[in-house]
Design a binder for this molecule. Structure first.
Ligand SMILES: *[C@@H]1O[C@H](CO)[C@@H](O)[C@H](O)[C@H]1NC(C)=O
Ligand SMILES: *[C@@H]1O[C@H](CO)[C@@H](O)[C@H](O)[C@H]1NC(C)=O
Ligand SMILES: [Cu+2]
Length: 563
């Protein structure tokens, strides 16, 4: 038996992909053919304002009230559906309340919690106070609604799954608005507990008064710690706060992030970069894009700021967002610990077009069609990627899926469905193939996890700190095996609530004595739920940075289950 050596795949990225730096300080490398690939694979039938990966093959789509292509069971236009990425078939789901600009996050028990919305219409009731639930592991998942579940109205709130498995819902407005206004600001949060009584009381959160008027859909990230704390970093407008939910106190504030406004409707993007055992899970938040003023022709912000909010002397480290300004960018955490940016616009801000359907004045334009890939380790940008042909502006989305590709859809900068216009309601679904699937190197295959060989059609229970045995068939002769768990998050409005990437310690790897292509790995699960929330997540294994044919659906439990 041999033990193979593990080297961080990050060291390999440069050689494999031939990164082209956009930094003006570096000479540009000879231009190679751009990498990546776009395929239009299907029709979402329901405009995808919000999406969430519900299983290895199912994406739940949630829209706002509008006349989509298909109807739900009661005859009203469908505003939610299941998109099957294996067949590209769409199945409508049933709702009775308007979901316009709402939020979602999984409870630790595996049920998706979805809350907020807007006014009635088209046979639907108002959704401002609605709490909705759907459980992907049910035989026929469908929505359960509590129309007055929330104590207060919430339009454009944020959500986060907490280390306890409870869900935080924060902020928003009492009605729809271009930018927030003191008359309908909702500067509170509430915490819903899995299995607990509904209707928790809202708690005042003064930070959302301080950050007016650009505080809708605040950025929220749960911060890793080893003290059993429920610590969150919240960012809105130009500033951030580290907040302890256990004691309801602000721990520290960050300096102002230079460059302009980062939150709705001058929407930028905030991401918690991959957490790594080698750095003791030190968090880095990166916020990119946005705009400076609510002007249609105003160029989007072309800067990013990186910060560790838990550092008492935290300072922003500025970067150039690959050399291009973007408002409403979507980010995707890739299995190889890099960040993909897609969608968005070069000018303007978020919102519906002005003027009539026949003579629309769009609030944002100059679609940013070229994806960028950022390497958080080397801080280099690969901008030499194939552009999409589909503009994706306000209300577009993207998420990683199990096979390592990226699902991209949506774009709908108007109050109801409009087609045949410059920026129509966009139903086309694209898959982006990242460069790691174009290396020509064989992909590893995950054969079993914790003794289970039936993968993905059931979720496999694991717990924190557990050493999990994973059997794989490796892809390549000179293997470099790495592993990560990703919680994909709930995607809407350039946000991905609760999304996290945690690299795993590979404690050992042994060749099968009878088959040198097969390996048994021992992977150490994350140390505690502040690092990765309990509930559904996906295990990714990579060989030389090339992800396995499929990731494996896990459920992280707070307590050990016997397997
Ligand atoms: C999880 O908790 C929520 C909130 O209490 C509840 O509505 C849901 O039914 C629970 N799901 C499961 C699978 O027990
Ligand atoms: C190696 O794994 C493959 C599955 O990819 C399996 O078919 C094969 O039997 C394994 N070899 C041994 C010796 O177990
Ligand atoms: Cu919106």
């Amino acid at each position: 038996m041999r033990i193979i050596k593990f080297i961080s795949i990050l060291a390999l990225g440069i050689g494999l992909i031939g990164l082209v730096s956009a930094s003006p300080l570096r000479p540009r490398q000879a231009q190679q053919a751009p990498l990546g690939k776009w395929d239009i694979v299907g029709d979402s039938q329901v405009a995808a304002m919000h999406i969430v990966l519900a299983s290895y093959k199912d994406i739940y789509i949630i829209d706002k009230l509008e006349v989509n292509k298909i109807k739900q069971a009661n005859g009203n236009p469908a505003i939610s559906a299941i998109y099957d990425i294996e067949t590209n078939q769409v199945t409508p789901l049933d709702l009775t309340t308007d979901t316009f600009c709402s939020a979602g996050s999984f409870f630790g028990n595996g049920t998706l919690f979805h809350g907020g919305g807007a006014e009635n219409g088209l046979g639907y009731n108002p959704g401002y106070q609605t709490a909705r639930f759907i459980t992907p592991t049910d035989p026929n998942p469908n929505w359960i609604e509590l129309p007055d579940g929330l104590v207060t109205d919430r339009w454009y709130p944020a959500m986060a799954t907490l280390p306890s498995g409870d869900v935080l819902i924060m902020g928003g407005a009492l009605k729809g608005t271009g930018k927030n206004n003191a008359n309908f600001n909702n500067p509170t949060y509430e915490i819903w507990s899995a299995g607990g009584p509904p209707q928790p009381q809202p708690v005042q959160f003064p930070f959302l008064v301080d950050t007016m008027p650009f505080n809708l859909y605040p950025f929220v990230h749960v911060m890793p710690n080893f003290e059993n704390k429920q610590l969150i970093f919240v960012f809105a407008n130009t500033q951030g706060v580290l907040f302890d939910l256990g004691t309801n106190t602000a721990v520290s504030k960050t300096p102002v992030l230079p460059g302009g406004v980062r939150s709705y409707p001058l929407s930028g993007n905030s991401i918690l970069l991959p957490l790594k055992p080698s750095l003791n899970y030190k968090p880095t938040v990166m916020i990119c894009g946005g705009n400076t003023v609510m002007e249609i022709t105003s160029p989007a912000i072309a800067s990013c700021g990186r910060i560790d909010p838990t550092d008492p002397n935290a300072q922003w480290e500025m970067d150039n967002f690959g050399g291009t300004g973007r408002v409403m960018p979507d980010s995707v955490l890739l299995p190889d610990a890099k960040v993909l940016y897609v969608n968005g616009a070069g000018t303007g801000f978020a919102g519906f077009h002005r003027g009539t359907k026949d003579n629309p004045l769009y609030l944002n334009d100059n679609p940013t069609l070229t994806p960028f890939i950022y390497d958080p380790e080397t801080k280099e940008w690969n901008t030499n990627l194939v552009p999409s042909t589909v503009p994706r502006l306000y209300h577009s989305v993207a998420t990683l899926v199990s096979d390592g590709r990226v699902f991209v859809t949506g774009s709908n900068p108007q109050p109801n469905v409009e087609v045949g216009t410059k920026f129509p309601t966009e139903y086309r679904v694209e898959m982006f193939t990242p460069p790691y699937l174009q290396t020509g190197l064989a992909r590893p295959i995950i054969n079993s996890v914790a003794g289970f060989t039936t993968l993905n059609t059931q979720r496999i229970d694991v717990t924190y700190q557990q050493s999990v045995e994973v059997k794989i068939t490796k892809g390549q002769t000179n293997s470099f095996i790495t592993a990560a768990i990703i919680h994909h998050g709930f995607v809407t409005h350039s946000q991905s609530f609760s999304r996290k990437y945690v690299m795993l310690n590979v404690k050992s790897a042994q060749f099968d004595p009878n088959d040198n292509n097969n390996l048994t790995l021992n992977l150490e699960m994350p140390p505690n739920p502040s690092i990765l929330p309990p509930g559904p997540s996906y295990l990714y294994i990579l060989d030389n940075g090339v992800p396995a044919t499929y990731s494996v659906a896990l459920t992280l439990g707070l307590t050990t289950t016997t397997t």
